[in-house]
Design a protein around this ligand. Structure first.
Ligand SMILES: Cc1cc2nc3c(=O)[nH]c(=O)nc-3n(C[C@H](O)[C@H](O)[C@H](O)COP(=O)(O)OP(=O)(O)OC[C@H]3O[C@@H](n4cnc5c(N)ncnc54)[C@H](O)[C@@H]3O)c2cc1C
Length: 443
């Protein structure tokens, strides 16, 4: 069995390691256009902010490690074409320019995603940067050294993490977003208000409810960002306005969502049974709404890559779907969310109810304690939990992982009131905050 894997960051590395370990007889060939594997982009803001000092520790595998497993590694090779009828690929060696043809029995598509680059006037000016891979992280660090005013476009979790890193590094920072709130896909307003207040207190300019119409330059370098509301002088711009799946190679060959995300079944097979897909190149099954959606996260990528590894010979392990669970640490605020917020439940037309709990994380007789704010969204008729958000200076984020399980297992808000959680004054109160949330919804 000859397996070709295209793309080797998280989904690809997980697939390769699992296939190599589980199926010793399989012949595995990787094509990766970059010169590294397994780079953790989630460390970029920490690297930029100087928290992570050693860039080498942001890789958890290497071409050498995969070679030692018997994998043929073609680094700096870009796949230009997939012929799914003939089961062959055409790839270019980016160093020598040589074009090669290779054949597969099974293909793993783990080509991931690429940042969305909006077609704005002036977008090609120097010092307008993307933030995705190791190479770009190094450029950001290098360019930021000489920059005084930095503008981040896009107030999702990546933009917000970069803003914090630049502010701590003493830069004047502006954060632009077309929405009226930051992080609006992950958290409801009562949560984002807290983070926005922290940004404002630290003199970060929040340029919200406005979109960029033009970049103006001086000597070829960006100097001004023009928005629908204002003009912002800037030395550096980082674009963080989202990701699109990198799936042009399979366009018209397998089923995709409108944005090009590959649709896979529960065994992660595409509509072509010889092609599997995993990670950011795919749509994922979103359990709270019971449909395929595009939610690019490293967590999905490693899970999917691992499952592809198990299923490459025969369908064995099912993907359980996702709640899009994510966490964030900004200054001394710890926050996390899973499933639907009140806003996304409303947008989906779901009849829902919410429960809010504000409580200290542990008894007031302890020397220190912190306020915790928790919100749950549940379906009105079935009372099943659909989503949750938490914020605190104490790290209560694991609570959201528990609630992710609850959503996946269709636990009701009433059951949550009486689920067995431990009590120990170092950690919590006799009524765990999750029990409290369930109890306050009891009718
Ligand atoms: C700044 C930042 C912070 C993030 N933080 C988090 C976080 O905290 N938590 C979280 O869960 N997720 C986070 N993510 C998202 C996470 O990084 C992605 O979901 C993850 O990288 C997806 O992995 P992947 O292997 O599917 O795809 P990618 O990481 O996109 O990798 C795809 C690989 O395919 C290669 N490739 C593409 N096309 C070809 C071709 N034609 N030929 C050969 N090779 C090709 C690319 O070079 C690349 O190496 C973050 C992302 C960014 C950018």
């Amino acid at each position: 069995m000859k397996v070709i894997v295209i793309g080797c960051t998280h989904a690809g590395t997980a697939a390769v390691k699992n296939i190599a370990t589980l199926y010793k007889d399989a012949s595995i060939t990787v094509y990766e256009k970059n010169d590294n594997v397994s780079f953790l982009s989630c460390g970029i803001a920490l690297y930029v902010g100087g928290v992570a000092k050693d860039a080498n520790k942001m890789f958890y595998s290497s071409p050498e490690e995969l070679k030692a497993l018997g994998v043929k590694m073609n680094m700096k090779h870009e796949v230009l074409e997939v012929d799914s009828e003939q089961k062959k690929i055409i790839a270019k060696d980016l160093v020598t320019g040589e074009v090669k043809v290779d054949h597969y029995d099974k293909l793993v598509m783990s080509t991931g995603s690429w940042p969305v680059i909006p077609p704005i006037d002036g977008i090609n000016l120097e010092n307008i940067l993307l933030c995705k891979n190791f190479h770009q992280a190094n450029i950001i660090i290098e360019k930021a050294k000489g920059a005084k005013n930095i503008t981040v476009i896009g107030a999702g979790y990546i933009g917000v993490e970069l803003v914090e890193a630049f502010q701590l590094d003493g830069k004047n920072v502006t954060l632009i977003d077309g929405e009226e709130r930051i992080l609006n896909k992950y958290l409801d307003q009562e949560f984002t208000d807290i983070v926005e207040a922290e940004f404002t207190r630290r003199h970060i300019e929040l340029a919200l409810s406005q979109t960029v119409t033009k970049f103006e330059g001086e000597n070829g370098k960006v100097a001004k960002v023009i928005t629908t509301k204002e003009e912002i002088a800037t030395d550096l711009v980082i674009l963080c306005v989202g990701f699109k799946p990198n799936t042009g190679l399979l366009k018209g060959k397998v089923e995709m969502l409108d944005n090009g995300a590959i649709v896979v079944d529960e065994f992660l097979q595409t509509s072509d049974p010889n092609i599997y897909a995993a990670g950011d190149s795919c749509a994922v099954y979103y359990n709270p709404l019971g449909k395929h959606m595009y939610i690019p996260l490293a967590t999905n990528a490693v899970r999917m890559g691992t499952i592809v590894g198990h299923n490459i010979m025969e369908p064995k392990v099912k993907y359980l779907g996702t709640q899009g669970t994510s966490g964030l640490h900004i200054y001394d605020l710890n926050m996390a969310s899973t499933g639907l917020t009140e806003l996304t439940a409303k947008q989906a037309g779901i009849a829902y109810q919410t429960v809010d709990v504000i409580e200290n994380n542990r008894p007031e007789f302890m020397p220190t304690y912190e306020e915790v704010k928790l919100k749950l969204v549940y379906e009105e008729a079935s009372r099943k939990i659909l989503g949750a958000q938490i914020i605190s200076k104490a790290d209560m984020t694991q609570t959201i992982n528990t609630l992710s399980v609850c959503i996946q297992k269709e636990v009701t808000i009433d059951e949550l009131g009486f689920i067995d959680f431990f009590f120990q004054p170092h950690f919590n109160k006799p009524w765990n905050i999750l029990n409290q949330a369930g109890l306050s919804a009891l009718v």
